[in-house]
Write a protein of this length. Structure first.
Length: 170
């Protein structure tokens, strides 16, 4: 399918921060440059909303990171880290991302999901049925093949990792 990108296109970017963070750490032992991710995803189109879904810990060490996201024009939605009685931890924003994308989709021509998580395939299918173009940007080596197939376009950050990473020497 041909992907249409034009300057009047209204775009929303939904960033699964944990997914990109862990992919960059695992694949490259580096950190993500979220400003470059946003710039690549949007291009010359009209950015309507950019939302990063983040997790806060009890220590609150993430405050500077959250502030940095806000300074580059990315809204943050924060959820606390869940710690269960057996010591297991959970930090998941999948449903929140999906609900926000569906709620905002009537005001968007294109939804961009910054994640490699295959759980977003049903979201892509739903948005496609409602006439919304869906693009994905993530690290291809750690992305679901079904996600890549479902998206109208896939930008593989592994093609030029130093462009999307902070301090990566490659």
């Amino acid at each position: 399918m041909a992907v249409i990108k034009h300057q009047a296109q209204r775009v929303g970017v939904f960033i699964d921060t944990q997914n990109l963070y862990h992919s960059a750490k695992h694949l490259y032992k580096s950190r993500v440059n979220f400003q470059k991710v946003l710039e690549e995803a949007v291009g010359d189109r009209v950015l309507v909303r950019a939302i990063a879904y983040v997790i806060s810990t009890e220590s609150g060490d993430e405050t500077a990171f959250f502030d940095a996201l806000t300074k580059i024009g990315i809204e943050t939605k924060v959820k606390g880290l869940q710690i269960f009685s057996d010591g297991a931890k959970k930090a998941d924003w999948d449903v929140g991302i999906a609900i926000d994308a569906v709620k905002l989709s009537p005001r968007l021509d294109t939804v961009i999901i910054a994640s490699g998580d295959g759980d977003f395939v049903p979201l892509i299918e739903y948005l496609d049925m409602h006439g919304v173009q869906v693009e994905v940007i993530s690290f291809g080596k750690s992305s679901s093949s079904k996600l890549k197939e479902a998206a109208h376009a896939f930008t593989d950050m592994c093609d030029d990792p130093k462009k999307f990473l902070i301090g990566h020497r490659g």
